[in-house]
Design a protein around this ligand. Structure first.
Ligand SMILES: *[C@@H]1O[C@H](CO)[C@@H](O)[C@H](O)[C@H]1NC(C)=O
Ligand SMILES: *[C@@H]1O[C@H](CO)[C@@H](O)[C@H](O)[C@H]1NC(C)=O
Length: 358
């Protein structure tokens, strides 16, 4: 008996050591950029931002049912990814909260810069008074400068090179194309988005970032807000065509950059495939509603945003969409888990776990 127990202990010990070494290898920090899919309260600190979620029923499933500015009934994908990558409870806090309470060394474990309604282009969301991607990167530059000042350049650069840069952006640029009824050729427009992405990645790289976890555009034509543009309630297909084209161009860009920029590594999450897989097989994930928003008003609960007087579903874990644009907490958790340890069909050339560990 003693002997068996002894072996058992050794196995447990080896298991623990392996886990510790994995934890040590993983990213020391997560810096999050992008739009409302990753915003954990940025817009709540902007008095004039016209897109915000700092009121009920948003946050109804968050601890204490607190509306935190997340466009969700609870946590979002940035929270679940941070939890998986760093073992933290949730996403690093918004840059603007650090700014308000004083920049401090907690920032070196990560910061979230994402701002709802932003896009790759500076013009996207401009009239909504949010923080553009370019501005988010300027804020990151401030964090990098502080890091270099406090820790010395070498330590700072090493830290940044191991940190995970998570970016979820692009949908609002495509919504913008249709809302503003642009007439520029779709291929030309997508090219302009990819050029903007390239300059953002270059800027981050020049500041010391090396590991990029990039999340592409979901089938945005299947959001409840876009389904109601189709008289059958089906997906608004042309937007999905844009999303697929964007993904292939982004894939090509990242391949090119990883050859060009020494030590640049990336994982590209295919939100399109991940989400279509759920829409095509809802029962596999226990979803009963993939078309209707949980919180909202009107047809598909998608004619109004989620406000205190909106309709609210009770079985929120059975809904793909929280409001007319955004996934529920449960859908966000599924997405984050797939990005973290999913197969090549959903995230390539490596997944976020492999990216964090490399
Ligand atoms: C509307 O949805 C149907 C499926 O219900 C689809 O066949 C059709 O292409 C969609 N129309 C548009 C304009 O996207
Ligand atoms: C779906 O629900 C069943 C029954 O409650 C459960 O056994 C299964 O694990 C669930 N599947 C997922 C993907 O959560």
């Amino acid at each position: 008996m003693m002997k068996t127990n002894g072996h058992f202990c050794i196995f447990v010990l080896i298991g623990i050591i392996l886990q510790i070494s994995v934890a040590i290898k993983a990213a020391p920090a997560v810096f999050v950029f992008g739009d409302s899919t990753a915003d954990v309260g940025t817009n709540s600190f902007l008095p004039t931002a016209k897109i915000r979620a700092d009121f009920p029923h948003n946050g109804i499933d968050f601890p204490y049912s607190k509306p935190t500015g997340r466009f969700s009934n609870g946590f979002n994908s940035a929270d679940f990814l941070s939890k998986l990558i760093m073992g933290s409870k949730r996403s690093p806090q918004p840059y603007l909260l650090f700014l308000k309470s004083g920049l401090n060394s907690k920032m070196f474990r990560g910061v979230n810069f994402a701002s709802g309604a932003s896009g790759l282009l500076d013009v996207t969301g401009k009239e909504l008074n949010i923080i553009s991607m370019s501005e988010q990167i300027r804020q990151f530059e401030t964090v990098c400068s502080l890091l270099k000042y406090l820790k010395g350049k070498d330590v700072a650069m090493k830290h940044l090179s191991k940190s995970l840069i998570a970016i979820s952006v692009g949908s609002n640029d495509i919504f913008g194309y249709f809302e503003k009824q642009m007439t520029v050729d779709p291929a030309v427009y997508i090219n302009s988005l990819i050029t903007a992405y390239e300059s953002h990645i270059n800027a981050l790289y020049n500041l010391g970032a090396r590991k990029f976890g990039i999340i592409s555009i979901p089938p945005i034509g299947c959001c409840p807000s876009q389904r109601i543009l189709n008289s059958t309630g089906g997906c608004f297909e042309i937007e999905n065509t844009f999303a697929r084209a964007f993904h292939s161009s982004l894939d090509a860009l990242l391949k090119k950059l990883s050859f060009k920029l020494p030590d640049m590594k990336y994982a590209l999450g295919n939100s399109y495939e991940m989400t279509i897989n759920v829409i095509d097989h809802p029962q596999l994930f226990n979803f009963t509603s993939i078309e209707t928003a949980c919180c909202g008003k009107g047809w598909l609960n998608a004619e109004k945003t989620c406000t205190p007087d909106a309709n609210l579903c009770s079985n929120r874990d059975e809904y793909l969409f929280w409001d007319l644009y955004h996934p529920t907490q449960y859908a966000s958790e599924l997405a984050a888990t797939t990005l973290y340890n999913g197969g090549k069909q959903f995230v390539a050339p490596v997944n976020f776990a492999q990216l964090a560990a490399c």
